[in-house]
Design a protein around this ligand. Structure first.
Ligand code: 5RP
Length: 421
């Protein structure tokens, strides 16, 4: 190794250590802690061992045999899922972090299946990286590792190629197929830049022979990213205002609520509910017949939307629901004092929307009702704290703008104190 290479490695290690040190501050007495895998996670294990020696009481669930060996040698008490089904906090590394969503690629260290199992069982997932791993779009540098059964490797590989990937079987330095802790193989898949990571994660997950992919969407709660200026803590939009947000996409018919919601769900991996599907049959019939709904008609529908939101809140899951919510009084029913519910107003001019409605097929809202929609519309006021977006650009860009606004309003700065959830 050249002097330059070794000093840049030393600098990178210093950044990894700094990120790890910041994250382990989240660990408190009596926690069950998930231990990640990789060179950055190893610094966290080291720091936790030090805190353990200083008297911090916790038990840890490791994500690999390698991490288990390091932790055990350092005196950290280990536990299994047989003893603890839920983990309070997991600290793990990543190969790429999408800046605005905190979606991840993981698994270059080969532990992705156990890492995902541990992440899924964790109340909070903190990711530690050096700043060079932050990207605008996943797939910029890293392939997506996919853990697959050794049996039927070839058809599984062909199916992944069918999803548009160029696929390589991972090999050990000796040239043998790499074998995971679970005895499986890894196919490294290059998809190019990934515009809709949650949708891709789901499609990969449906391939027979696949255990899990290294796409971790809607998992990370925070990322500690270290660069020469210090450690920055980025909080996921999924803990917006300290709670999982439920986005209420509002606006007149034709403003693109459903299309934008689907784009958001494909990027974020949040559950999406089509608000129109919550209308009682009688309302649907009226709308088909071109009869405007009365406030009395809308009441059960708005209550059904509110009930869907409450269900998400009870499960502490983020979500996206479409609901025209044209009047403030309607929004009072849907949003009320629910801290989680965040209005997203899709704002557009009448001409643009009229043009879109004229081209729309198979929808029950005839263009003739647009006038009554605009007559009814009361734009959300500042005290309703809406995220307002212009619907002029294509839906994927509108969705990207919503994510940007959400991230900007939720992002925290250097080593800010942890927020409760
Ligand atoms: C292992 C992982 C690692 O967390 C990821 O590869 C990052 O590793 P490193 O910190 O060594 O760069 O996902 O499966």
């Amino acid at each position: 190794m050249t002097a330059n290479a070794s000093s840049s490695r030393g600098e990178r290690d210093a950044l990894k250590r700094a990120a790890a040190e910041a994250a382990v501050q989240l660990v408190q007495d009596d926690m069950i802690v998930g231990l990640g895998t990789g060179s950055t996670a190893a610094f966290a294990v080291e720091a936790l061992a030090r805190r353990h020696r200083q008297g911090l009481r916790f038990v840890a669930v490791p994500t690999s045999e390698r991490t288990a060996a390091q932790a055990a040698a350092a005196g950290i008490p280990l536990a299994t899922f047989a003893e603890h089904r839920r983990i309070d906090l997991t600290i793990d590394g990543a190969d790429e972090v999408e800046r605005e969503t905190l979606n991840l690629i993981k698994g270059l260290g080969g532990a992705l299946l156990r890492e995902k199992i541990v992440a899924a069982a964790s109340h909070r997932l903190a990711i530690i990286v050096d700043g060079g791993k932050l990207v605008d779009r996943l797939g910029t540098q890293a392939p997506v590792p996919v853990e697959v059964a050794a049996f039927g490797l070839e058809p599984t590989q062909a199916a992944l190629e069918g999803l548009g990937a160029s696929v390589q079987l991972r090999r050990s330095p000796a040239g043998e197929p790499f074998v995971t802790d679970g005895g499986n193989r890894i196919l490294d898949c290059r998809f190019g830049l990934i515009a809709r990571p949650a949708a891709l994660e789901e499609r990969i997950g449906r391939v027979v022979g696949v255990f899990e992919s290294g796409l971790f969407t809607n998992r990370a709660d925070m990322v500690f990213a270290a660069d020469t200026g210090g450690v920055r803590r980025l909080d996921s939009a999924r803990v917006h205002r300290g709670r999982p947000p439920i986005l209420v996409l509002m606006g007149v018919s034709g403003s693109g609520k459903s299309t934008v919601a689907r784009e958001l769900a494909a990027r974020l991996g949040w559950t999406f509910e089509e608000g129109d599907s919550l209308h009682p049959e009688s309302n649907v019939a009226k709308m088909h017949a071109g009869v405007p709904l009365t406030d009395e008609d809308r009441q059960p529908w708005l209550e059904a939307v509110a009930a869907w939101i409450d269900d998400q809140r009870a499960r502490r899951q983020p979500g996206i629901v479409t609901c025209s919510a044209l009047k403030r009084s309607y929004r009072r029913i849907v949003v009320g004092d629910r801290q989680e519910a965040r209005l997203v107003y899709l704002q557009g001019g009448r001409d643009l929307i009229a043009g879109r409605l004229a081209n729309r097929k198979g929808h029950f809202m005839p263009a003739a009702l647009l006038q009554s929609q605009f007559d009814t519309l009361e734009e959300p006021a500042p005290d309703e704290d809406p995220l307002t977006v212009d619907i002029g650009p294509p839906a994927d860009r509108v969705a990207a703008e919503i994510i940007r606004l959400l991230a900007a309003s939720g992002a925290a700065q250097v080593n800010s104190p942890s927020r409760s959830r």
